[in-house]
Write a protein that binds this ligand. Structure first.
Ligand SMILES: CCCCCCCCCCCCC/C=C/C(=O)SCCNC(=O)CCNC(=O)[C@H](O)C(C)(C)COP(=O)(O)OP(=O)(O)OC[C@H]1O[C@@H](n2cnc3c(N)ncnc32)[C@H](O)[C@@H]1OP(=O)(O)O
Length: 297
């Protein structure tokens, strides 16, 4: 398994996954009955009876989306996608208080242009795989969920969030001095509409669970200890619909947004690299990282 993951990771980084479908056709072994898979940063438990997998992020301190994390996540998802027995996946976090802190800022600081390009391609791949999944995807948001963490939840079919005012969710990029790219914006607009997105993105607004429910950023709240149980109940309701009808409908709804990124994928990587290599952006990101560290002292 370690060797497979290593090989898969290098293929993914090289862009081979989406170009040649190598992982999907040859390399992936499938889940069949009850199955557990662990990588360094993710664990997956698949219940062969219900057809539901729980994908748990376990990358302390904050489940940030590093290149390694994104690679492991995308490969795990691909394996589930290939397993005919798997019809739904619940995403959750093993960490107390944090679902995911979003993109790993250290991947965007002080690295080469080649590194930024590889990182951004992996972010795109992660979004594309999750956004276009044939499985029912439910986010069990059991902690804070800024920026890329919010994006991950937004691409799921349904979001259940812990009703704890200490947690928040939103696309806060402007607060870091950076700009959410068009496909982050599209994903949010498709969920909460244009006007609310315009305000939320410009202000880098982080919503409390109650406010997130009010604007439709999440679908349901549950007490922190019940988030996963509620997510499982929601999953059963969605799985009562015939798969083919449901996922044809999903792909009809999502195709225009997906196509927009696929069409502009290379240009989007170039934009990201040009943007993130600017001195002013590097300075903003460094200062933000430093402020996160200072907060603890
Ligand atoms: C003209 C138009 C051009 C357009 C061109 C567009 C191009 C594209 C531009 C770029 C777009 C990028 C999009 C970016 C998306 C992102 O996701 S950026 C990441 C944003 N994330 C955050 O702001 C979250 C920051 N973190 C927190 O708020 C908190 O950590 C938390 C998640 C609420 C958890 O709090 P707590 O449990 O108290 O933990 P902390 O003590 O704060 O943190 C523990 C350590 O983790 C480090 N850390 C936190 N978040 C990150 C992160 N995202 N990346 C890396 N590291 C992180 C933090 O520094 C602590 O580290 P130590 O001090 O070393 O322990």
């Amino acid at each position: 398994m370690a060797a497979l993951l290593k090989r898969s990771a290098s293929l993914l980084r090289a862009g081979a996954l989406q170009k040649h479908g190598v992982l999907t056709k040859q390399a992936l072994c499938l889940f069949s009955t009850n199955m557990r898979m662990f990588t360094n940063k993710i664990s997956v438990e698949m219940d062969g009876t219900t057809g539901v997998a729980v994908l748990t992020m376990k990358s302390p301190p904050v489940n940030s989306l590093s290149l390694d994390f994104l690679t492991e996540f995308t490969i795990s998802l691909e394996k589930l996608e290939m397993d005919k027995a798997c019809r739904g996946v619940i995403l959750t976090s093993a960490l107390p208080r944090v679902f995911s802190a979003g993109l790993d800022i250290t991947e965007m600081c002080g690295k080469s242009a080649e590194h930024y390009a590889a990182f951004w391609r992996a972010v795109q791949e992660f979004w594309l795989k999750l956004y276009t999944s044939n499985m029912v995807t439910v986010a069990a948001i059991n902690g804070s969920c800024p920026a890329g963490g919010c994006l991950m939840a937004l691409v799921c079919d349904y979001r259940v969030m812990a009703d704890d005012p200490k947690f928040s969710i939103g696309l806060n990029e402007t607060k870091l001095g950076i700009v959410a790219p068009f496909w982050f914006k599209d994903t949010m607009t498709n969920t909460i509409g244009n006007r609310e997105t315009e305000k939320a993105l410009q202000l880098g607004y982080m919503y409390s669970p109650a406010d997130a429910l009010k604007v439709g950023l999440v679908d349901q709240l549950a007490s922190a200890d019940k988030v996963e149980t509620v997510a499982s109940t929601v999953m059963s309701e969605w799985l009562a619909i015939p798969d083919h009808a449901r996922h044809l409908t999903k792909s009809m709804m999502r195709k225009p947004t997906r196509d927009r990124l696929v069409t502009h994928r290379d240009a989007d990587i170039t934009s990201f690299v040009n943007f993130v290599t600017k001195d002013s952006i590097q300075k903003s990101l460094q200062m933000y990282l430093e402020s996160l560290k200072q907060r603890k002292r």
